[in-house]
Design a protein around this ligand. Structure first.
Ligand code: ADP
Length: 211
């Protein structure tokens, strides 16, 4: 939704009129600007959508009194995981650390999710987990990832309908880079997505671009 758009001259004028005279009908705003109601319609739609104005049937437009920062916060608090998540990259718990490293490079991700034979989440592998296992270890092809991964129940997960702002909080609080997006079943968690600092940065940019 458009929220923090930059207003044009006419929209600023409309805002001023409504601030001083609201509630005021579209027709009366048009009269004051010597324009037709039809000419004003797109501007009024934008101002309403952006949250600056509210409209009540038969009463007219009134100013919501919300600042740009308030509107930005409101739109931030509406962003959902499902609209910004990426495809998860998973490896089986029996693959070697060597293969996990190769997968991380091939798939170009910083976090791998580890699943069991039933495709249920059992662990997480970060870059540093794999680096740590590699230091001084010659047998990376013989070392299964389930020895070195962070394992359940110590994995922070999220759901697709969670708020993105909650994910931002979790990543900072837990000092991690990514969360698996999961679907809970009777047997455990199925991994359906991946949400990372990159996804959050993208959401941040998307908000800025709405200006
Ligand atoms: P890196 O180790 O590359 O800096 P992270 O900060 O994501 O990456 O990982 C730090 C540690 O936290 C690692 O040991 C990793 O296994 C673990 N970890 C990463 N993501 C999660 C998660 N969602 N839940 C629990 N632990 C995690």
């Amino acid at each position: 939704m458009v929220r923090t758009i930059e207003l044009n001259k006419r929209q600023e004028l409309i805002l001023d009129i409504v601030k001083e005279n609201g509630p005021i009908t579209g027709e009366h705003i048009a009269e004051r600007l010597n324009l037709t109601r039809a000419t004003l319609r797109p501007d009024l739609a934008i101002l309403t959508m952006a949250g600056y104005l509210d409209a009540r049937p038969r009463v007219g437009y009134f100013y919501t009194g919300k600042t740009g920062a308030q509107l930005l916060t409101e739109s931030l608090q509406k962003l959902l995981v499902k609209d910004y998540q990426s495809i998860p990259v998973v490896v089986n718990e029996n693959v070697s650390v060597y293969d996990a490293i190769v997968t991380m490079f091939l798939e170009d991700v910083g976090t791998l999710f580890v699943v069991d034979q039933s495709s249920l989440l059992v662990g997480v592998l970060s870059r540093k987990d794999l680096l740590r296992a590699s230091i001084g270890n010659q047998e990376l092809t013989a070392l299964p990832v389930n020895i070195i991964m962070t394992r359940m129940p110590n994995i922070t997960t999220c759901k697709k309908d969670d708020l993105l702002i909650e994910i931002a909080n979790l990543l900072i609080e837990k000092q991690i880079d990514a969360l698996p997006v999961v679907k809970e079943t009777d047997k455990g968690f199925e991994v359906t997505g991946r949400i990372t600092k990159t996804n959050l940065t993208r959401a941040f940019l998307a908000l800025a671009e709405q200006r």
